[in-house]
Design a protein around this ligand. Structure first.
Ligand SMILES: [Zn+2]
Length: 454
């Protein structure tokens, strides 16, 4: 087989991914997962502070921190693409402090970084002004945010750490990682040093987010051989950045930013608890993948197109299922669903070991990968076949305007409870890994330096 041809064929697999968030509305889940954690739920409210104020007060310390972090990443993160030196916080020619900071982090320099709280469904805004999706997100047309309410907070206003964290846990999905590649067509993409987009369609606004929110540590060797671009993923970079920034902000007396950076780091940790973010094609074995690939090279493209469509549909179905239940129960204040009980359950937290530099690879994604095939087959068992097992159907179109849980119950009574029980395990992991990350950020010792932490 011609390796170059095979590689380009595998590249095409990835055109299907990138448009999907992992856990729709992390904030609802996060709020539940941390609602019983005494370090967070029991912490006193802190004064909100604008990013500009934080940066103005800490510009010197941040220059040093970010320089040390760059050295650390170059020495310790495998495949780390070095940050161009002219983006260094203290060497940048950018005069706007906020932009200089965002460039130094290599996130979207136009990220809104709004002073906002993402309200829970049914939550009273307590007299706060509502912000629009365009106030908080860089997306040109963020229609999926229309159902979410954002309330403005003012500098100095005291805000509960639980609310700061759960809001920030969704923030990276508001466009922080948009347009960061040379071929993204943005003014800043060519300056970032990330090269061309490793997978996905560079022309789609949301595509460039995927390599920062997905990672594939546990594919077969032959898959890496044919598709080396799989290694060009950066959740680990983001988790480390926000871990370090959060610790710095707490240390220097900026608890609002301590919690906010912590929440942003949590987003990347928890994205990886979703098997569709930690495995290329759940439900499709290596041999079949290679067969599909060979067929594609031989000019028979249908098996590949079908595989992409099915995986994409199942990914969408699981998101949709969660979203329906999260909203329904939040509004009704009904916390009896297995999810909610699982997210707050701390009994397994310690069994995963402490969060550390290998935690994403050896713990979070290992677990997601091991569950991927079983989840895929449960989805095909419990969700009507026309929605997840027919490659001629686009889930989003077929399910538009419908309540997935009602459709499922009509076809197979009891299927909603069955799928809920399966997904409760994922909810439990979402909670445990979130709390373990938080414990690491709040600990005195550096989790990345400890030898027995994973
Ligand atoms: Zn994400």
């Amino acid at each position: 087989m011609n390796r170059k041809t095979a590689t380009s064929a595998l590249v095409i697999f990835f055109c299907a991914i990138g448009n999907l968030n992992a856990w729709s509305e992390h904030s609802i889940f996060m709020h539940s997962a941390l609602s019983g954690m005494k370090e967070i739920a029991g912490a006193a409210p802190v004064a909100a502070e604008t990013l500009d104020s934080f940066l103005a007060k800490e510009s010197k310390g941040l220059a040093q921190l970010l320089s040390e972090e760059e050295s650390w990443a170059r020495a310790n993160i495998e495949g780390y693409p070095a940050r161009p030196d002219d983006l260094a916080f203290d060497r940048s020619t950018e005069t706007n402090l906020r932009k200089r900071f965002l460039y130094a982090l290599r996130v979207n320099p136009e990220a809104k970084m709004a002073m906002a709280l993402q309200l829970m469904p049914g939550q009273d805004p307590a007299g706060r002004t509502f912000l629009t999706p365009r106030d908080v997100s860089v997306y040109k047309n963020p229609i999926w945010l229309a159902k979410i309410r954002f309330a403005q907070i003012r500098p100095g206003e005291r805000v509960a750490p639980l609310e700061i964290l759960s809001t920030a846990a969704d923030e990276p999905d508001l466009g922080l990682d948009i347009g960061l590649f040379e071929d993204s067509g943005t003014e800043w993409g060519s300056k970032m040093g990330f090269g061309k987009i490793p997978f996905g369609n560079a022309n789609l606004e949301y595509s460039s987010q995927a390599p920062f929110h997905m990672t594939f540590y546990h594919e077969a060797g032959i898959v890496y051989m044919l598709a080396g671009f799989l290694k060009h993923t950066y959740p680990e970079v983001r988790v480390r950045q926000f871990y370090a920034l959060s610790r710095y902000a707490f240390r220097t007396g900026h608890p609002y930013w301590g919690y906010r950076f912590m929440g942003m780091g949590l987003h990347y940790v928890t994205d990886l608890t979703q098997p569709y973010h930690a495995r290329v094609l759940p439900g499709i074995g290596v041999l079949r993948m290679l067969w599909i690939n060979l067929m594609d090279i031989a000019g028979r493209h249908q098996p590949k197109l079908d595989a992409i469509q099915l995986v994409s549909n199942r990914h969408s179905a699981i998101e949709n299922f969660y979203q329906v239940i999260l909203h329904r129960d939040s509004v009704a204040h009904d916390m009896n669903h297995p999810y909610w009980k699982a997210t707050v359950d701390e009994s397994k937290d310690l069994s995963y070991g402490k969060f550390g530099r290998k935690y994403l690879k050896d713990v979070v994604t290992q677990e997601s990968e091991s569950r991927a095939d079983a989840l895929d087959s449960k989805l095909t068992d419990l969700i009507p076949s026309n929605l997840v097992s027919d490659p001629s159907v686009e889930f989003a179109v077929a399910n538009a305007g419908k309540d997935l849980t009602k459709v499922m119950e009509k076809e197979k009574p009891g299927s909603v409870d069955q799928l809920s029980l399966v997904l409760a395990d994922f909810a439990a992991s979402f909670g445990s890994h979130s709390r373990n990350f938080i414990r690491a950020v709040l600990a005195l010792e550096d989790a990345y330096a400890s030898s027995n932490a994973k």
